[in-house]
Design a protein around this ligand. Structure first.
Ligand code: BGC
Length: 364
């Protein structure tokens, strides 16, 4: 070992009581540290990533994800801060789909559409926990059995999400699911990042790269039209690193569908290397702190959402409020409303098959 080698990482975990649900169930907070200044806290209610602490270029640590200090705040309506999304990420047009000739209806909760699995999605469930500890990671495995018919979806679906923290300042999320009846599934995580520190203002100066040449355009109700469009020549072109704010207000109709007044990003990008966990999917750098996040995923798409519906009224951790455009989400997933677009990568899951997804968030 040379004197330049970083000290061996010491992975540790800690469990503390976070709060108590109205039904009396205790909710713990699991905190994982990698000995290199990265610290991640997870709560099994909603499978929520409650905080991620990472150092800046000078070793100054900040919490880079939006969220709350108390369980009570997470029980109140909020825009899915840090939560696991299921059974179906993003929108299903009118909450309706057909499987094997049978029509299903998910309760609508976003205008005429169903969003993120309906009004009582995975973000409101208390997940079972099993600790994970091995030579190069520490974390927690969460599992939840969604009963047949829950939110209108067919089949008993057993979902598992493994969160692990690694020495290379990496948070890995491994999802899997099995069913006893043909169903549909599209899981993701809805963490809002602000690399300058949650509550420090907007993310407009953060510089983003999205390794995607195409996206799925939407109509006014944010439902994909079914086209696959080139990003070239549009404000959605992040194939070269560009500040999020550079083109967010330009007069491009799609940006106004995502946010009526001032514009915003809320689209599914079609990743150039679907299924390839080695290929960079997205990267964001905050020039002020030097913090960088990279995402790698096995999923074919990523919803890049620029926090358009945050409006400075929600009070988050340490009493800080979250500005309009105060956080960005990279939700690795299948395309929105895939179940109603047969030419999109399929989201059907049959008994005997296994849904799986791995997504990595790596900080530098
Ligand atoms: C959606 C947005 C929605 C947000 C909810 C995102 O995944 O694409 O349209 O407003 O979730 O917070």
């Amino acid at each position: 070992m040379s004197t330049n080698d970083p000290p061996a990482a010491r992975l540790t975990s800690e469990k503390t009581l976070f709060g108590t649900l109205p039904n009396g169930s205790k909710v713990d907070k699991y905190t994982f540290r990698n000995g290199r200044q990265m610290e991640v806290s997870i709560i099994p209610y909603g499978g929520i990533i409650q905080s991620i602490l990472v150092p800046d270029r000078n070793g100054q640590v900040a919490d880079v994800v939006l969220g709350f200090d108390t369980l009570e705040d997470y029980i109140q309506p909020h825009p899915y801060f840090g939560a696991i999304i299921g059974r179906y990420g993003n929108r299903i047009a009118q909450g309706r789909f057909t499987l094997n000739g049978k029509q299903y209806q998910i309760p609508i909760n976003d205008g005429p559409n169903a969003l993120h699995g309906g009004p009582e999605g995975f973000e409101k469930k208390l997940w079972q926990t099993t600790p994970i500890e091995d030579s190069d990671s520490v974390g927690v495995e969460l599992s939840y059995l969604s009963p047949d018919g829950e939110m209108g979806f067919p089949g008993n679906l057993t979902a598992t999400v493994r969160y692990t923290v690694h020495p290379e300042n990496e948070l890995r999320i491994q999802y899997s699911a099995v069913t006893d009846q043909e169903t549909i599934v599209n899981l993701t995580n809805h963490t809002y990042f602000n690399l300058a520190g949650a509550g420090s203002g907007t993310v407009l100066d953060s510089v983003a790269l999205i390794n995607a040449d195409r996206f799925t355009p939407i109509n006014q109700l944010l439902i994909p039209t079914g086209e696959l469009l080139e990003v070239k020549g549009t404000p959605l072109d992040f194939t070269t690193p560009t500040a999020i704010g550079t083109r967010i207000r330009v007069d491009y109709p799609q940006l106004k569908y995502a946010e009526e007044k001032e514009g915003g990003y809320d689209f599914n990008w079609i990743l150039n290397h679907p299924g390839d966990l080695q290929a960079l999917a997205t990267r964001v750098t905050d020039p002020s702190s030097g913090r960088t996040i990279e995402m790698y995923t096995t999923e074919p798409g990523v919803q890049f959402y620029s926090g358009n519906f945050l409006n400075g009224t929600l009070k988050g951790k340490q009493g800080l409020t979250y500005a309009h455009w105060g956080g960005f989400c990279f939700e690795a997933q299948h395309y929105p409303d895939s179940v109603n677009h047969p030419h999109f990568p399929p989201t059907e899951l049959a008994p005997g098959e296994k849904y799986s997804q791995t997504t990595i968030f790596k900080f530098a």
